[in-house]
Design a protein around this ligand. Sequence first.
Ligand SMILES: [Zn+2]
Length: 336
Amino acid sequence: MTTKSERLLALLGVALLLGTLLAACGSTGSNTANSGNEQSIAGLQPVSLGPGEKLQAVATTNIVGDVVRNVGGDRIALVTLMNTGVDPHTFVPTPSDTAAVHDAHVVFANGAGLEAHLQELLESAGGNAAEVHVSQGIEFLPPPGDAGQEPGSEDLDSHEEEDADPHVWFSVPNVIQWTRNIEHTLVALDPGNAGYYADNARAYIGELEALDAWIQEQVDTIPEAHRKLVTNHPVFGYFADRYGLEQLGAVYPISPSSSPSAQEVAALQETIQQYDVPAVFTEDTVNPRLAQQVANDTGIELVPLYTGSLGGPGSGAESYVELMRYDVTAIVEALQ
Ligand SMILES: [Zn+2]
């Protein structure tokens, strides 16, 4: 590291410290997120918007962004940080992301430890954005990799998760909870548009309820003995729990950011053979090299899904609802 960049870092440190001090002195309202802590929606106060000025919102993942857009419509100005194909576990914010967060009234994050660099981003951005985790109020499942472990036997610091499985969006009722949280946040910050946000939320929840019922019908067509999932990383805890499948194993047993051992890969291959699993499901945000190798070695099919990110134009997974329909269709086909 050069002396120049060290000096810059030191300056940045001073700026951060000053920002924190100023925030501490100036925070009379309850909307400041400078402490880097998640905000309870009940404590949010209206922001003052000039004539024609829209509420400035930031969403971290593009799946969260899609749900925020469904509620906020054209009455909010929305910036989504992660482009399609970006893995939320390993997303590193850019200076323009920091600027968007600085200027925002509210930042919507998945939470539950999904966005590894979220706190750094909020702290370095400064500003007065309320930090709202859309997953608040959801009953979390234990983090991936915890199943079958003795309590305390796993070093939680060895991966980026907190104490929850963050992949909540694979159970539709959880996204209905997101929708309510987003609606209540927008209504609290921008009460002038309360009726608009409530109408949008109601219509979208109707769509989600139909999606939830459709998924269950689809899964119910899979022969019971085949309702077993092997994935690239364990994204389907909530999906399995909600719709009656079993998440048997994953190529990356904890998170795509930590590689499996040779023994773990061997154990997975044994499981695939033991249960006669026909496919391993991969995802567009993580290199499928290792999954391909497992599929080749066991002679099973590799089936690509969309998991942590929406698909790009023409993918058929350009919204949350489309993503779920795409994945469920592919899963049902592969497991028949
Ligand atoms: Zn994940």
